[in-house]
Design a protein around this ligand. Sequence first.
Ligand code: CA
Length: 261
Amino acid sequence: MSIWRASRAGDRYTESQWARYPGNPGKEPRSGPVVRILVVEDETALAAQLESALRAAGYAVDRAASGDRADYLARTEDYDAVLLDLGLPRVDGLTLLRQWRDSGMAVPVMVLTARGSWSEKVLGIDSGADDYVAKPFRIEEVLARTRALIRRAHGHAAPELRCGRVTLDPRLAVVTLDGTPVTLTGHEYRTLSYLMHQLGRVVSRTELTEHIYAQNFERDSNTVEVFVARLRRKLGASTIETVRGLGYRMSPPSPAKGHPA
Ligand code: CA
């Protein structure tokens, strides 16, 4: 996905970096992107659990079990995100984080706090943390938050939406068909955007109308039909499906299923 290309284009890997890369098939480096994460945690079992889950999710992972080691790695290597425990030998996590921010290091940091410790959360965020997760955590939550953290850091707070041949970039309000930009009116754009945000779900005309019009005036669910018709003309007839009596739906293509006869 393009979000990694932004920071990773042209990156090369030294032999030692490549040896640590989880996707290393033992041959040539894959041309695909590598997202690198530093896990700073002195509880060995927890650190190992985080590392294996992150590696399984496709990240390259380094581990540090002390504050000074973390500081050294963070200043010499290029990470996309740091997961930072606060209670660490030698240099504690908050001190480390403040030092990093004071010296202009912008790497996204997620702090691992003790459950229920609101003061740790507040201190962490005051010190420059981008997010936090409370221990004990579910690994799925850590993975989801890590993904979001990296996405935000790459300026993709709202990721590009895709449905078959159509893409929609919510930041730029640009719609493309097979990669070619398509000009839409404001109402057409909002209709498409709402359906794409609800991908796979049937949206009633009433619901759609409420989301197209910001104000109470001018609402007329019949005009939704007009916008849908225009979108079909511009993006292809099959882009938006009519579900009789219920509303409209956009569905991602299902290539694996095969076509019914
Ligand atoms: Ca600790």
